[in-house]
Design a protein around this ligand. Structure first.
Ligand code: PLP
Length: 446
């Protein structure tokens, strides 16, 4: 059996209706080159979503690959249970230097577990302080923090998680604002902030932490916070003695044009999570960072049970930590943040032409994150050619040599962070052609 047949017989794909998958002509990726995937027929696809938002340098960054190979030769793995390894110690120091206010690093191997750890740390922090009644989490509607039970509870997106609703933790969910295309006029955040303050005023004695993505919600629909919103939440958390837990898993490391988004937002988290771009996308590694105020509450004697009861087999994986260290060296060496800001300005310009399409209801972008929302007569476009719109766009994009997934009716362009200006404009141009085709089809349907 070739890979395609083996896959159809044995593999269960994430977020996939397998009946449709098994009836489809699927693509097998055999190699990577630059920012492209190459399939078994040698066709190449430019990566418009940075391999689920984690790829930084493309697939052949020799510095990262060589450092990982070296580490594999020296020590393939040694866990953090009762032992130290050098890369994880060095990386922790480096991260704490980058992330202002943070003091300690807890290692896991994916974004969801980094968030689970944050939730456990917050819960135990209040327990250790003798305030166990502070155990509820408050979070933003349309937030997304991963697919485990705790993550789904604080990041509920109805379109994804309704089958699991009955087993999720009860959390408090509040509305959040999003920036809109300038055609919508100025926006106010006051009403959102006031509503949140009213809830905190009433409930702060029961609330452990405020959980939100830092800078923008991606999976929930590319909702980019207006200026000051995150700072206002941070100030409210301080005022009402609530921990601020920020998720920079998708938005940190330059995605929004800043190495650490919370600093740019002038917010002060107690706990922050990074993953995805941390290793340039070369290894599954995630971190949960805390301030010393949090960490110190976990100190005591063993029999007092103040220590954090959490740990994964692959925590602090030396190969992943080595990849992350080399990745950080490259960020500095190539001044990647400056390059991202330059490409972000190019993206601004490239996107202006989408405004000519009637179906482009809103276009929002920041750094190298962009969402193009498609609507017809103010209603989300759901299907084209009897296909969910997302499938249609993904298929058309692949046909034109671009790998892209949408968020329902929102085309999300989330390219590798070190992409060239030329490749970036190729992705945007391809999506322009796809939208043009959809607009024509919609006009014919009138
Ligand atoms: C903001 C955010 N948090 C958490 C996660 C979960 O990360 P992972 O898929 O590595 O579990 C994601 C994944 O897309 C994310 O976008």
């Amino acid at each position: 059996m070739n890979s395609n047949n083996l896959d159809k017989r044995y593999v269960w794909h994430p977020y996939t209706q397998m009946k449709l998958w098994n009836a489809s002509d699927n693509i097998t990726i055999q190699s990577g080159s630059g920012f492209n995937f190459i399939d078994s027929d040698k066709r190449s696809y430019l990566d418009g979503i940075s391999n689920m938002w984690c790829n930084v340098w493309g697939h052949d960054r020799t510095e990262i690959l060589d450092s990982m190979k070296n580490q594999l030769d020296t020590l393939p793995h040694s866990s953090l249970f009762g032992l130290i390894n050098e890369p994880s110690a060095k990386l922790a120091k480096r991260l704490v230097t980058i992330a202002k206010g943070m003091s300690r690093v807890f290692y896991t191997d994916n974004g969801s577990t980094a968030i689970e750890v944050a939730l456990k740390i917050a819960t135990q922090y209040w327990n250790n302080k003798g305030r166990p009644q502070k155990k509820k989490f408050i979070c933003l509607k349309n937030g997304y923090h991963g697919d485990t039970i705790g993550c789904m509870s604080v990041g509920y997106v109805d379109g994804y998680f309704s089958p699991y609703k009955s087993i999720l933790l009860k959390t408090v969910k509040v509305d959040s604002p999003t920036i809109r295309h300038e055609k919508f006029g100025p926006q106010s955040i006051e009403q959102y902030v006031n509503r949140i303050e009213n809830i905190l005023k009433r409930m702060s004695s029961k609330i452990s932490g405020f959980v939100m993505e830092s800078g923008a919600q991606i999976a929930g629909g590319v909702n980019i916070y207006p200026e000051r919103f995150q700072k206002e939440i941070s100030d409210l958390c301080k005022k009402y003695d609530i921990l601020l837990i920020l998720d920079e898993i998708a938005t940190g490391f330059g995605r929004l044009g800043n190495m650490v988004e919370y600093t740019a937002q002038r917010s002060e988290p107690d706990i922050v999570c990074f993953a995805k771009a941390l290793t340039g996308g070369y290894f599954p590694l995630a971190v949960t960072l805390t301030t010393s105020k949090i960490f110190d509450q976990f100190l005591g004697e063993y029999w007092n049970k103040r220590q954090l009861f959490h740990g994964h087999t692959f925590a602090g994986h030396p190969v992943g930590c080595t990849a992350a260290l080399t990745n950080l060296d490259l960020y500095e060496k190539f001044n990647l943040i400056k390059k991202i800001r330059f490409n972000s300005r190019s993206l601004d310009k490239l996107l202006t032409k989408f405004s000519e399409f009637e179906i482009c209801y809103d276009i929002r972008n920041k750094g190298l994150l962009c969402g193009i929302e498609l609507r017809k007569q103010n209603k989300p476009i759901k299907t084209i050619d009897n296909m969910p719109i997302g499938h249609y766009i993904a298929k058309e994009s692949l046909k034109n040599g671009v790998y892209l997934r949408t968020l329902g009716n929102i085309i999300s362009i989330i390219p590798p962070l070190a992409i060239s200006e030329e490749d970036l404009s190729k992705i945007v141009d391809t999506e322009y052609q796809v939208v043009e085709k959809i607009q024509k089809k919609i006009q014919l349907m009138k």
